[in-house]
Design a protein around this ligand. Sequence first.
Ligand code: NCD
Length: 323
Amino acid sequence: MPRSNVRNTPYRMKLTGSRSAKLSVKSLVSILDLNEADIDLLLRRADAPSPHGSLQGKQVALLFYENSTRTYNSFQTAVHQLNGTVCGFSGVEGTSVLKGESLHDTIKMFENYADLIVLRHPNDGAARWAADISSVPVINAGDGQNEHPTQTLLDLFAIKKTQGRLDNLKVALVGDLKYGRTVRSLSQALSLYPGNTLYLVNPPFLPLPEPLKQWLREKGVKIEERGSLEEVMSLADICYVTRIQKERMSGVDEFLRVEDSYRLTRRHLTGVKANLKVLHPLPRVKEIAVEVDSTPYAHYFAQARGGVQVRRALLELIAGRGD
Ligand code: NCD
């Protein structure tokens, strides 16, 4: 059948190619649920968003048991852009969770209302458990200190955009590597690509867990533990800074012994590689000085901009009508 002119434009042809593609998974709980082809599909789709409202007539439940600004709002924006509707909550205030309703029962209710559930929960493993009992797909928007796969997708999107590749990179992971779920998911994702080196720069009490380090080494990731930012800044392609996860600590003493233990300033940005980009999942507290924002290396706000595009691509591929 002859195609119309509109269908023959390069933009349209690109969409035609990727629309027929599918993810290998129904839910997204861990970044390792995805293979390289899935990630490639998602990043390509994020880069060339479909003009269609592929969630027309569909509802997405956003169930956020923990604080969120970016993740909640970027999911909500993405659903709206795709002409879908949202239900759910951002924070448990005002919900039956405060009456003692279990996660199980809440999931069983929302699968009646929604075609897809996006869950953020303070317990490690909550998203996997929810995906196992839910009749609709579940996307993990952060489970305790465990994983944050959609943040990793937008991190990878920013890395690919600024470095042109996801392999053979030198990535400094800076900050709270013990409780931070974004670094766990990102480090695992980087293990899918050959030749990556991770420089771990953390206060003494907040290391990346040993089993994860071991696992990464077995996957071929080069791990180098460094004592300070000064030791890695001239080597890194990406400097991924994270805040101290105060809310996951056992008490105020644990926080006080690491508070103010690291801070990226302009001073660290002399003699760095021209392609260096500083990333941060946000929110920032004090770990990147505001003076860094106006340097060509600061990329954290641009990184967050990609959040809507990436989540939109994910929603389309998981719950979109595909027509
Ligand atoms: C991260 C999270 O929730 O883990 N935030 C986010 O989603 N961008 C990072 C953090 O809270 O430090």
